[in-house]
Design a protein around this ligand. Sequence first.
Ligand code: ADP
Ligand code: ASP
Ligand code: MG
Length: 402
Amino acid sequence: MLIVKKFGGSSVANKERVYNVAERILEDYKKGHKVVVVLSAQGDTTDELVAKAKEISSNPSRREMDMLLTTGEQQSVALMAMALENLGYPAVSLNAFQVAMRTTSVYSNARLKRIDAERIDAELERRNIVLVTGFQGINKYDDITTLGRGGSDTTAVALAAALNADRCEIFTDVDGVYTADPRVVKDAKKMDEITYDEMLELASLGAKVLHNRSVELAKKYGVELVVRSSLTQAEGTIVREECKVEKMLVSGVAADKNVARIAVIGIKDEPGKAFELFSLLGKHNINVDIILQSIGRKGTKDISFTVPRDALEEAKRLLEENLGKLAAQRLEHDDHVSKVSVVGAGMASNPGVAALMFESLYDADINIKMISTSEIKISVLIDERDTERALNAIHEGFKDRF
Ligand code: ADP
Ligand code: ASP
Ligand code: MG
């Protein structure tokens, strides 16, 4: 059997944790299985590297950021190889170059395009435990790229697909996927299983337990995932196409603080303006999410929308430069907002969900700034300071529907 195991940063944060993970790897290796392990940077290493860069420059280039951030994963795999060697087992660490994990060219948010299995296969044939750096790739210029924060999950799923693995296990610091972040909502319940579609929504809406691209890839290549704890033997949550149990109304709630709101005020009320506005942002790879357009007045209208908070400065700059072209009066922005969402495949045919969500927020005296809905989710934009209270209020409101 070929098994891909991924361990997150907290699972390898210090010497004890490194040896704990080494033992978990050996459980399978000793049974004769081939084991490929994907590791993240230890503990808060990636955040510390980001802080270090900010000390040097307020606006470092994305290329150099990727060069810097990927050093964290390289430390982890080398240290783990040393731990395994020390325990008397053969291991080899490989970075994205050595495996040959090719990505698109964009820095800081690259997508995996191709993985060569040759080197890993050869190492497995030699009975080596193969340790691969998560989060990183190589683009067509032979530069190092990263897959976006949390991207090691995606490395693991892509490897599982490329190697045709029999199992893909994502080990983290909680024992599965819960109906809400268990660190914020004490009553959150662990799910035994969840569908790709629901997990994809939850991950995209802020539940960082899995990188959203990893779920997308898992669905595309039919890789069944298990999310479980590196510290206990608890069963974990299976992420797959179909679930056995009947669909519940909602599967979970999630919050995302990487959001900012922009309002373009007094834009000319004529065909083509929305197209101009959003194509400008699209061309610069800025994702736009919730969009709201006011009713026109005196030949003008206002368009508000959300962008990732880390893209706010760039979006503002672009729009300021083009205010004239867009025939708009001015910009406003708010970067103290968050997006809270309810997700569930069962809600498509149930009109009561939105009302119940709004009632829960009303009971908690939380104001809604924007709303957006789709077949399987409802999101609201609120004041960032209300995030944790909102998650708890909504979770409580839906507690009999999970
Ligand atoms: P890792 O370093 O292992 O990749 P992450 O910090 O990226 O770990 O993800 C695990 C964290 O995700 C948990 O500690 C938890 O606080 C958070 N989380 C958010 N939403 C959920 C959820 N619905 N279920 C479980 N964990 C969640
Ligand atoms: N170390 C990277 C990060 O902190 C990748 C990961 O943990 O998945 O975002
Ligand atoms: Mg993670």
